[in-house]
Write a new protein. Structure first.
Ligand SMILES: [Zn+2]
Length: 305
């Protein structure tokens, strides 16, 4: 039964009616294209960035917070740094820095291990309510970002979790299924029945090829995986691309560099231009702007954002 809701740019929650098993599914189309508008990544990096964006939306969907969730991939592979962010109201942005990637005919595109390398994944929640701020770290393991995320959930929340992530140039898609603790959930849970339901969900996720996730309707897919009577799918929340960079934030970065440093750039180049690494928007500070930075005068109406 369809709610008549388009699944594009939306994260939807679902629950299994008879068991404490829940999940979230996301599909990003327009927001994924907008996010990449000024970024030009090799296909393998683009795919990993897309999976990371799907991952932060799924992570944010499982948590209650008011602020920003950040996933940072810090490895020694071809990707030096990957940052993906999602706010509590599902505004996403992401960027990656990488080595030159020249796919050879023999090996094709580099896989997850070559891209990520040895290292760690850091998940940070910066909440307006500082008590709910949080940081979790897991080593880069397995053969996909999805596997790392599964390890993260086991480590940070002791929740058995299955994750599937997929990304193409036009679409990001992801699904997460979690087995919730018995208590506080459904009261009359038969452990053997729950175990069997979880095995079934686990099996359905294992059989879910990433590529299928891309060309499918979320609700139809869930019904096929769990049965129409078993799964309840909620309308969900819209996801959007939005970069949070502002001229004020850039000004703060310049202030933190110090007056000497900034003046030396002005002397050399006539102006300081800082480009946002997420959206590539340039912020230019001329000599008058930069002097105002350090004299405390308010910045003029030249604010770009
Ligand atoms: Zn930006």
């Amino acid at each position: 039964m369809s709610l008549g809701v388009s699944d594009s740019d939306r994260v939807r929650r679902f629950v299994l009616e008879k068991h404490p098993i829940r999940g979230h599914a996301v599909r990003l189309a327009r927001s994924w294209l907008e996010l990449r508008e000024h970024q030009d990544y090799p296909p393998a990096v683009q795919k990993l960035v897309g999976e990371a964006v799907g991952a932060v939306v799924l992570l944010a969907a499982t948590l209650k917070f008011d602020g920003t969730l950040t996933l940072q991939l810090q490895g020694k592979g071809l990707v030096n740094l990957l940052v993906a962010q999602c706010t509590h109201d599902f505004k996403v942005r992401a960027m990656a820095r990488h080595e030159a990637i020249t796919p050879t005919d023999a090996e094709g595109e580099p896989g997850f291990r070559a891209l990520a390398g040895e290292g760690q994944i850091v998940v940070t929640v910066e909440a307006t309510d500082r008590a709910s701020s949080y940081q979790g770290v897991v080593p880069i393991t397995g053969h996909s970002l999805a596997e790392c995320l599964e390890a993260y959930f086991v480590q940070s929340e002791q929740l058995p979790t299955r994750v599937v992530l997929a990304a193409t140039s036009g679409l990001v898609s992801g699904m997460l299924v979690q087995r919730m603790p018995g208590e506080g959930g459904k009261q009359d849970v038969d452990p053997a029945e729950l175990e069997s339901a979880w095995m079934k969900a686990d099996h359905a996720m294992a059989g879910l090829h990433a590529i299928e996730l891309l060309d499918d309707d979320i609700e139809q897919r869930l019904v096929r995986m769990f049965g129409a009577d078993e799964v309840r799918v909620f309308g969900g929340k819209e996801t959007k691309y939005e970069c949070r960079c502002t001229r004020d934030r850039v000004a703060n970065v310049l202030r933190s560099l110090g007056v000497e440093e900034v003046r030396s750039v002005i002397a050399e180049q006539g102006a300081v231009t800082v480009t946002c690494e997420f959206c590539q928007k340039p912020y230019r500070f001329d000599p008058i702007d930069t002097e105002q930075l350090f004299t405390g005068s308010p910045l003029g109406s030249s604010s770009i954002n």
